[in-house]
Design a protein around this ligand. Structure first.
Ligand code: GDG
Length: 457
């Protein structure tokens, strides 16, 4: 029987034909190979003993239901109040709470038990993101010898930040139970290898491979991207009316889930500095779309209040009766509308303090009219900056530098804009999600599963 694909991600798309680059790529890979997509059930409920059939057509969709207590401990707790801040250099926001790590392990163990009942020996398993670090170890302890790959969408933590974990040695061991660990950038791979190098249990092998007890894992970068062609089409079809009809002038744009890692207060301050220092430059508005996320985590409530306050202050200071410099939309906007707004913006501010990749950087480039493209201002700390070196790279902590980059973007001659856009577009095309999924899965298929001694290393 040919290998089926088993994908595990925290979310599963509910619609039959999903949109959004990552989801589309996984949907297509599953359609091609057949298999199962496993993820959290949208509703919290009583604990179910088995995976719930969500009724897929070309492949199966199965959902694990979480209790309220599981969701608090595994999702809001360990995943988003411990692992997320650690990966984004915010150890000051980490909340250590025994019930979080117990819940995280309990949920991973239960998913492993449920998976073990539905997988066949030849299936290739692809697990996504920080919600599931221990899943391979749990599967192995149940005797699962399948090829198991893992892709981390967020930055690989700094080795010293990993010490903040309640059980630091567990982290390397969790990763070692995969056959393939995929990371966003070469810098992420370097940090991961540094962790293994410092671990007396690990033996470094050539070409990013590590022997760890009875396990052997290979670590590589697979920079994620978007479905460039379909995003460009949406942007063309939904281009908004000329900016001057909308805002009275040019606008720059930001699109981010509202998250403390995205550098939004610094961005608003940089825009304020631009308005202060360049009153002779082109008048521009900042359109910031920032839909709410993880609102029940305290750190997220604080950042929302901060942003509303800064936007109000800047608008009060620089606004006019018919013009507000910052338009802050704290709600989701339809995808096509975002594509059109990206196309119409003279510049995009993608200025996270830390980010695995950042897909908005790639979406902005794909959305541009190549004849008259806008300029991408990009944080050096976004994974996207590793290859998109022709964007205007900034240190997002440096408000003056970002303000100067906004000015430069808005006054850049056409020829330079075109040259930079062409270079960035090459990167976007080379990392298309389909290429990304295919190269990960080909690598995973090429891993020779070691003769495993099942059980914990
Ligand atoms: C994680 C990593 C990595 C945003 N607002 C709306 C909306 N969006 C869309 C954007 C973009 C996506 O959401 C956000 O993607 P990012 O890559 O920027 O960020 P994370 O959510 O943090 O994703 C990140 C990514 O995983 C993939 O590996 O790049 O580093 O943190 O597509 O356009 N979409 C709609 N309405 C909105 O209001 N429809």
């Amino acid at each position: 029987m040919p290998a089926r694909l088993i994908v595990v991600s925290n979310r599963i798309p509910s619609e039959a034909t999903p949109s959004g680059g990552l989801v589309v790529a996984l949907h297509e890979a599953l359609r091609e190979k057949g298999g199962i997509w496993i993820g959290a059930h949208p509703e919290v409920g009583s604990e179910e003993p088995a995976l719930i059939d969500m009724g897929g057509t070309q492949y199966d969709k199965l959902a694990f239901r979480l209790t309220e207590e599981d969701r608090e401990a595994y999702y809001l707790g360990f995943a988003n109040s411990v692992l997320w801040p650690i990966a984004h250099h915010r150890t000051d926001l980490v909340e250590i709470n025994r019930s979080f790590d117990e819940g995280y392990l309990r949920v991973n163990r239960r998913i492993a038990q449920q998976m073990a009942e539905v997988i066949s020996p030849e299936d290739h398993i692809w697990i996504h993101d920080y919600h599931f670090f221990p899943l391979a170890e749990e599967l192995r302890s149940l005797g699962v010898t399948n090829r198991i790959g893992f892709f981390l969408h967020i930055p690989f933590p700094n080795i010293t930040d990993l010490d903040v974990l309640p059980d630091p040695p567990a982290f390397a061991r969790w990763l070692a139970h995969y056959d393939l660990v995929g990371l966003q950038t070469r810098a992420d791979v370097a940090r991961c290898l540094e962790m293994f190098r410092a671990d007396p249990r690990a033996e470094m092998l050539p070409d990013g491979a590590i022997k760890f007890g009875a396990q052997e894992v290979s670590v590589r970068s697979f920079p994620i991207g978007i479905s460039a062609e379909s995003f460009a089409r949406a942007a063309q079809d939904c281009a908004p009316p000329p900016a001057h009809e909308l805002f009275g002038d040019a606008y720059v744009i930001g699109v981010d889930r509202l998250d403390y890692s995205k550098g939004l207060p610094q961005r608003f301050r940089a825009f304020e500095r631009y308005l202060e220092s360049y009153d002779t430059g082109p008048r521009a508005s900042l359109v910031q779309i920032a839909p709410p996320s993880r609102e029940s985590v305290r750190a997220y409530q604080e950042i929302t209040a901060d942003l509303q306050q800064i936007a109000g202050q800047v608008n009060g200071r620089f606004g006019e009766v018919h013009w507000a410099p910052i338009r802050f939309l704290h709600r989701p906007v339809p995808r096509d509308e975002i594509a059109g707004l990206l196309r119409g913006a003279r510049a995009a501010l993608v200025t996270p303090l830390a980010d695995g990749m950042n897909l908005v950087a790639k979406e902005y480039v794909a959305a541009q009219d190549p004849e008259d493209p806008g300029v991408l201002v990009l944080s050096r700390f976004a994974g996207a900056a590793e290859d998109m070196t022709e964007a205007l790279l900034v240190n997002p902590h440096d408000v003056d530098e970002t303000a100067a980059a906004i000015r430069r973007a808005l006054t850049m001659p056409l020829e330079e804009r075109q040259a930079r856009h062409t270079a960035c577009l090459k990167v976007v095309e080379a990392t298309d999600t389909r290429i990304w999924a295919r190269s990960f899965l080909n690598r995973l298929a090429a891993c020779t599963p070691a003769l495993r001694i099942t059980g914990r290393a």
